[in-house]
Write a protein that binds this ligand. Structure first.
Ligand code: NAD
Length: 475
């Protein structure tokens, strides 16, 4: 298949050319340029803002039936276009086709869930004396500026578009310049399902220019960002200047507590597959393996054996289990973080190097005995690297899990029911998986605490985050 033409989608129109600056989109499996993406200028962004204001005034009065029909229609189109969408995602991001297909279907599930939720945006009536009435209503917050990263090129834009549309908001999406065609493909499903062109738009540009422009406009009433903690803090400050609502889905450093009584084979099969999914470029990736000393040697041996069996290759090729990293920055980050850890005394059990010179492939890597002072045990590695350390008991393991300022996803493996509840309660995280790596679902809130952000996407909470509450009192 050929990679599609790229454009900005403003007010239902494809905007392209006109002497605009461009960004070259690269296939991470080969390093080849796929296409040039036009970048928005200030006039483009002003046009998008004006349309978003119009779109909001129109869409806030839409009925649940209308919103639901658009979301369900888009979900149906995504099913029809699954193969095309998945191939585009693999071409521009690198993940395997199997993962990209699943990503499309997860988005289908989310849109269908939101389609149902549009009917359940309830308010309430308060008890008052006869003749008086007080009600609490939910209203859409207003036009949303949404920033989506490249690691889930379909799922991230889907989340950023689905919730505002279900809530009755308009949205300007700036998806990652590295993966624009997937985002445009999802938006097109919504437009083809009948969404008016001023309700959802897509712009690309120089990220800092776009975010400053959109966030300085009083038209935008909410900002939703997924990405690194450092960029998130910067954007939260810009949003605060105009008291805009925010949903921040930031970085993580997933702790995985493996207790002596864990079902070790099941744990290993699950966590190794989970770790190297999307080459580890997942905010909820299991990363810090905090292993009780009694099973440490067996866990480490089993982990390395499994990691070495992972077939790394082009995501489009049959048999590839792990694709390349999404961009050259990640390769540099891996070399820097792994190099620093080894220099500080970590043992490199396997991997630790690029594979070949074409594309951005990196070997599945395992480090053991990494000192807590190493950078990799403090900043999010966002790559195919596992850090396995031994700890004496539950108290020390929970202390290590909570040591970092991140609090997104955490995992624990133990067969002791009392400990399952204790650990789930003690860990500071937005999502905890006990004997499972499945910590999401269209009906479940997805989000973190501390430096991992605030607010949630997915579930009823994802729509709630796009609503404001109004109390109306009638005498
Ligand atoms: P980055 O921090 O520069 O960018 C992260 C994302 O934010 C990208 O999509 C980028 O386009 C966007 N961005 C950057 N500056 C922006 C700005 N001023 N305004 C608006 N958007 C902006 O880094 P990167 O090299 O692309 O990714 C590296 C790090 O980002 C990773 O180590 C990881 O910690 C984090 N990340 C997190 C997620 C996540 O799901 N939480 C996804 C992708 C990247």
């Amino acid at each position: 298949m050929t990679y599609p033409e790229l454009y900005l989608m403003i007010d239902g129109q494809r905007v392209i050319g006109g002497g605009r600056r461009t960004h070259s989109v690269v296939n991470p499996a080969t390093g080849d340029v796929l296409a040039d993406l036009p970048l928005a200028n200030a006039e483009d962004l002003d046009a998008a803002l004006a349309a978003a204001q119009r779109g909001f005034l129109r869409w806030r009065d839409s009925t649940p039936q209308e919103r639901s029909a658009v979301l369900q229609g888009a979900a149906r189109l995504m099913v029809e276009r699954q193969e095309q969408l998945a191939r585009i995602a693999t071409l521009e991001q690198g993940k395997t086709l199997a993962e990209a297909r699943i990503e499309v279907m997860m988005n289908v599930g989310l849109f269908n869930f939101y389609a149902g939720e549009t009917f359940r945006l309830y308010g309430r009536a308060l008890v008052r004396p006869a003749g008086q009435r007080s009600t609490v209503t939910k209203e859409p917050v207003g036009p949303v500026a949404a920033f989506a990263p490249w690691n889930f090129p379909i799922g991230n834009p889907g989340r950023k578009l689905g919730a505002p549309i279900a809530a009755g908001c308009s949205v300007i999406l700036k998806a990652a310049e590295e993966t624009p065609a997937s985002a445009l493909g999802i938006l097109q499903c919504l437009l083809d399902a009948g969404l008016p062109g001023d309700v959802a738009q897509a712009v690309f540009g120089v990220p800092d220019e776009v975010s400053r422009h959109l966030l300085s406009s009083p038209i935008i009433r909410k900002m939703s960002f997924t990405g690194s903690t450092s960029v998130g803090k910067h954007l939260a400050k810009l949003a605060a200047d105009d008291c805009k609502r925010t949903t921040m889905e930031l970085g993580g450093h997933g702790p995985v507590l493996i207790f002596n009584d864990a079902d070790l084979d099941r744990a290993l099969d699950t966590v190794v597959a989970g770790k190297y999914r999307n080459a580890g470029q997942v905010c909820v990736s299991p990363t810090r393996f905090i292993v009780e000393s009694g099973v440490y040697d067996r866990f480490l041996t089993g982990f390395v054996e499994r990691a070495e069996k992972i077939v790394v290759g082009d995501g489009l090729a049959d048999g590839s289990i792990m694709g390349p990293m999404a961009n050259a920055r990640r390769l540099d980050a891996m070399d820097r973080l792994i190099g620093d850890a080894v220099e500080k005394g970590a043992c490199l059990e396997t991997g630790g190097a690029r594979i070949g010179n074409a594309g951005y492939f990196y070997a599945p890597t395992v480090l053991s005995g990494t000192p807590l002072t190493a950078a990799i045990l403090n900043e999010e590695p966002f790559g195919p690297v596992s850090l396995i350390n031994s700890f004496p008991d539950e108290v020390a393991m929970i202390a290590e899990a909570n040591r970092l300022p991140y609090g997104l996803a955490a995992y624990a493996w133990t067969s002791d029911a009392a400990r399952q509840r204790r650990v789930a309660r003690a860990i500071e995280a937005g999502m905890v998986g006990i004997n499972t790596a499945m910590i999401g679902g269209s009906d479940a809130p997805f989000g973190g605490v501390k430096w991992s952000g605030h607010g949630a996407e997915d579930g009823p909470e994802g729509i709630e985050a796009c609503l404001v509450t109004k109390a109306i009192h009638e005498g």
